[in-house]
Design a protein around this ligand. Structure first.
Ligand code: FAD
Ligand code: NAD
Length: 478
């Protein structure tokens, strides 16, 4: 007999579990199917984000930042610490404890909301049926009025650097090193390369990032990317642009990497090598040929703006569909789909999804970049303000970077907010809220910001758009 649900969700990552919870809140009978098991055979919820992504990487970023503070900056505050040391095992245990707390929390939330968890690998069949093969080999078939595919993504492999999770690792391996590598190579100076390169660099590794593109962080605002590159250089990250890796060879536990920059060939020997060249949607054997689901030209599941696939009653959300592979984007898609299943209209503003790199300082941006506006021929005005002129940033000894606001030259409407600096993600989020409400720069200029706060950089950048910043010399005066 086939068990029936109102909604079946395949994948319990941030896109899938959030969708399941919202469906349950809206009165639906829901089950989420998840294949992931831990080494004790227990079901693992939370997907990439909670287990091998956002959360463990941030735990290590925070631990390594504290180490860097103790070793390099405490003395500025008059605090002496004799011989700080690192215990990697303890750092990893802390990370695992945070992951366990959060994944346990997801299990509790699903239970609280009456969502069934079905262990196994799900495959969408025709007519809104799902076949599930459990770890013990048993098979069951379920059907539902609505099915949500939320199977996430996997790291991209490149044949030139095959991952063995020992010497050559992907992001999952790089979150679990047992010791600090002496010399660490990273292929790809994108988000993962910068975050995990920073972790191990702060703990003492010599880090070299080999980036195929000639420009650094090309999708970020160009001024913010340039400033960030300068700061990373100051921190000791060796970022080599235009570097095409042509071969790797493991000898005596080390990896010899050959790469070309233009016509010149180079070799570097690393203790460990991280491959972080992007992620791809996890679609293998996820749906039968006659299920009605189609793919787009980039290998993602094709969906409409509302996340509907071409099969009636089948939706897809998160990393498996177009758009940035970000946990918050997937979760909001999950909510949007749940609301639609319940007959509600719930659009998602894809123009205002923030991107953040959690290095120190953080890098964050939302809305249009200068280069996008130039390409679109839209007249704009810009205001920037450096943290070096913000009292709170100086008091904290954390004054690198700037806030940048871009507004429409004619209407004054906020078009973009970008930042590299302390708490960049939270500062940009303030402007995102303003942008959602269609605010103008003048709206921000006229608001009262607490003193002394980092947020004052947002206020001053807004004032600078019209040459009215108080705590710096303006380029144009009004
Ligand atoms: P996933 O989290 O990948 O979850 C998919 C789930 O589906 C998995 O649990 C998988 O086991 C399961 N599954 C797949 N196929 C099947 C099947 N056939 N049957 C049953 N179950 C199946 N994003 C951010 O926004 N902020 C960050 O700071 C951030 N940091 C990151 C750091 C790292 C190192 C990495 C790798 C990623 C990071 N990301 C970050 C990206 C973020 O993790 C992903 O965007 C997010 O997890 C995608 O959510 P999802 O639910 O679509 O997929
Ligand atoms: P990415 O797309 O951010 O960066 C990959 C980099 O590798 C790019 O700069 C690309 O030009 C380069 N590259 C590709 N092929 C190469 C090659 N053969 N040789 C050298 N360089 C090469 O991807 P990622 O860093 O692997 O991260 C994967 C996904 O995970 C991203 O989409 C990101 O959104 C998500 N993620 C997000 C966060 C966050 O939000 N803070 C953190 C980590 C990961």
């Amino acid at each position: 007999m086939t068990t029936h649900f109102d909604v079946l969700v395949i994948g319990a990552g941030p896109a899938g579990y959030v969708c399941a919870i919202r469906c349950a809140q809206l009165g639906k009978k829901v089950a989420v199917i998840e294949q992931w098991l831990d080494d004790k055979g227990k079901s693992v919820l939370g997907g990439t984000c909670l287990n091998v992504g956002c959360i463990p990487s941030k735990a290590l970023l925070d631990s390594s930042h504290k180490y860097k503070e103790v070793t390099e900056h405490y003395s500025d505050h008059g605090i002496g610490v004799e011989q700080p040391s690192i215990n990697i095992a303890a750092m990893m245990a802390r990370k695992e404890q945070i992951v366990a707390q959060l994944t346990g929390g997801v299990a509790g939330l699903l239970k609280h909301n009456g969502v069934d968890v079905i262990q196994g690998r799900g495959k969408l069949l025709a007519n809104r049926r799902v076949q599930v093969v459990a770890a013990d080999g048993s098979e069951n078939t379920y059907d539902a009025d609505n099915i949500v595919l939320a199977a996430g993504s996997l790291p991209i492999d490149i044949p030139v650097a095959p991952v063995d999770q020992d010497v050559i690792v992907d992001s999952t391996g790089a979150l679990a090193f047992e010791e600090v590598p002496g010399k660490l190579g990273v292929i790809g100076a994108g988000v993962i390369g910068l975050e995990l390169g920073s972790v191990w660099g702060r703990l003492g590794a010599e880090v070299v990032l080999l980036e195929a593109m000639d420009s650094f962080l090309p999708t970020m605002d160009k001024q913010i990317a340039k400033e960030s590159q300068k700061l990373f250089k100051k921190q000791g990250l060796d970022i080599r642009l235009g570097a095409r890796v042509t071969g790797t060879e493991i000898q005596d536990g080390k990896v010899h990497v050959t790469y070309a920059v233009g016509d010149d060939s180079h070799t570097e020997v690393f203790d460990r090598l991280i491959v972080s060249v992007g992620r791809r949607p996890q679609t293998e054997d996820l749906f039968a040929e006659d299920a009605g689901v189609t793919m787009d030209e980039r290998g993602s599941i094709f969906v409409t703006e509302e996340c509907a696939t071409e099969a009636p009653g089948v939706w897809a959300v998160g990393d498996i569909v177009r758009g940035p592979m970000l946990a918050h984007k997937g979760s909001e898609e999950g909510v949007m789909v749940a609301e639609q299943i319940a007959g509600k209209h719930h659009p998602l503003n894809y123009d205002l999804i923030p991107s953040i790199i959690y290095t120190h300082p953080e890098i964050a941006g939302v809305g249009k970049t200068e280069q996008e506006l130039e390409a679109e021929g839209i007249a704009y005005k810009v205001g920037t303000f450096p943290f070096a002129a913000i009292g709170r940033a100086l008091a904290a000894g954390d004054s690198d970077g700037l806030v940048k606001i871009i507004s429409d030259e004619n209407t004054d409407q906020l078009l973009g907010a970008h930042c590299v600096g302390p708490s960049a993600a939270d500062l940009v989020q303030q402007l995102l809220i303003a942008m959602e409400f269609g605010s103008s720069t003048e709206d921000i200029q006229m608001m009262v910001f607490g003193h002394p706060t980092l947020s004052e950089a947002v206020h001053e950048a807004a004032l600078a758009v019209d040459g009215k910043a108080i705590h710096m010399a303006n380029r144009k005066k009004r």
